[in-house]
Design a protein around this ligand. Structure first.
Ligand code: G1P
Length: 291
């Protein structure tokens, strides 16, 4: 039992919900205020103790590699112009962690994406962050999973109670309460109908997984939507190792849809003095706000 140092980011999805914006730009690189969406996830991994970040990418995702790499030409120009603060900001991005990339050549599902990272993550427990879910939390959500793992061992998934209308969008857990906010996972069903759903506790974008998961990923058969599902591999892992569910403390901003991304942008703007004022002043001008 110990801390984790590696975090895997599945980032091979086509981003069709954001077309045409994502025709040439990966959806993970769409901005949330002043940083690409994926930057927030990497920051969370680093603040949770990870020093190695593995991106599972695909065609058209090179902008992610360039973003987390040095940008010598830009750095030199900023230095020549004496813009030291911007220079430091740009260099800091490339120094957040050690970055590695592996390609998922076919879109066979989230389970397959994680399996693509096997060579980097097979040596110990590792984190998985789905970058569409940006988490705002005092203690980074992945760190909360790590702390539970350090205390109780085993794998950990982040849980959130969703509305009945939403259960069919998530992996849903059957659980046994263990302690406040902590559950032992007894079963998992990927995208169940409301009738099939064993609870309203959904697995959301953060996992801390045992390396034994790779054995189960290798033996997977297509599941929901004909894809190789991470949920099914975790369900199979339950047969040999304990998996905990943690109702995390924090706010999830789902940037996977246009509406979610817009709400996330406004939520973040409200946290920023200048942008908050700009938003309020616009609403006043439009007669949508009185004070
Ligand atoms: C994936 C997982 C699902 C999980 C969800 C969280 O689904 O398969 O179990 O609940 O992420 O966002 P996707 O959103 O890729 O369809």
């Amino acid at each position: 039992m110990g801390s984790i140092t590696k975090c895997l980011f599945p980032a091979a999805g086509l981003g069709t919900r954001f077309l045409p914006a994502t025709k040439e730009i990966p959806k993970e690189m769409l901005p949330l205020i002043d940083r690409p969406i994926i930057h927030y996830g990497v920051e969370e991994a680093v603040n949770s103790g990870c020093s190695d970040v593995v991106f599972v990418t695909g065609r058209g995702k090179r902008a992610i590699e360039d973003y987390f790499d040095r940008s010598i030409e830009l750095e030199n120009i900023l230095l020549e112009r004496g813009q030291k603060e911007l220079y430091d900001m740009v260099v800091a991005v490339s120094e957040m962690a050690r970055f590695a990339y592996v390609r998922q050549s076919e879109p066979l599902g989230l389970g397959h994406a994680v399996l693509c990272g096997e060579q980097f993550c097979e040596s110990g427990f590792f984190g998985v962050i789905l970058p569409d879910d940006v988490m705002i939390a005092d203690t980074p959500v992945l760190r909360q999973l790590v702390e539970l793992h350090e205390r109780l061992g085993g794998s950990v998934v982040a849980l959130e109670e969703v509305s009945p209308g939403e259960v069919s969008r998530y992996g849903i857990a059957r659980v046994e309460p263990q302690e406040d906010g902590v559950y032992r996972i007894l079963d998992l069903i990927e995208k169940p109908s409301l009738n099939e759903a064993p609870s309203r506790l959904a697995v959301v974008g953060r996992y801390l997984l045992s390396p034994r998961i790779f054995h189960h990923l290798h033996n997977l058969r297509p599941g929901s939507g004909g894809e190789l599902q991470l949920t099914d591999a975790i369900k199979s892992l339950l047969g040999e190792e304990v998996v905990w569910g943690l109702r995390y403390n924090g706010l999830r901003l789902d940037c996977g849809t246009k509406e979610g991304w817009f709400k996330a942008t406004v939520t973040m703007a409200l946290e920023n003095g200048t942008l908050r004022e700009a938003l309020f002043s616009l609403l006043r001008q439009r007669g949508l706000m009185d004070v």
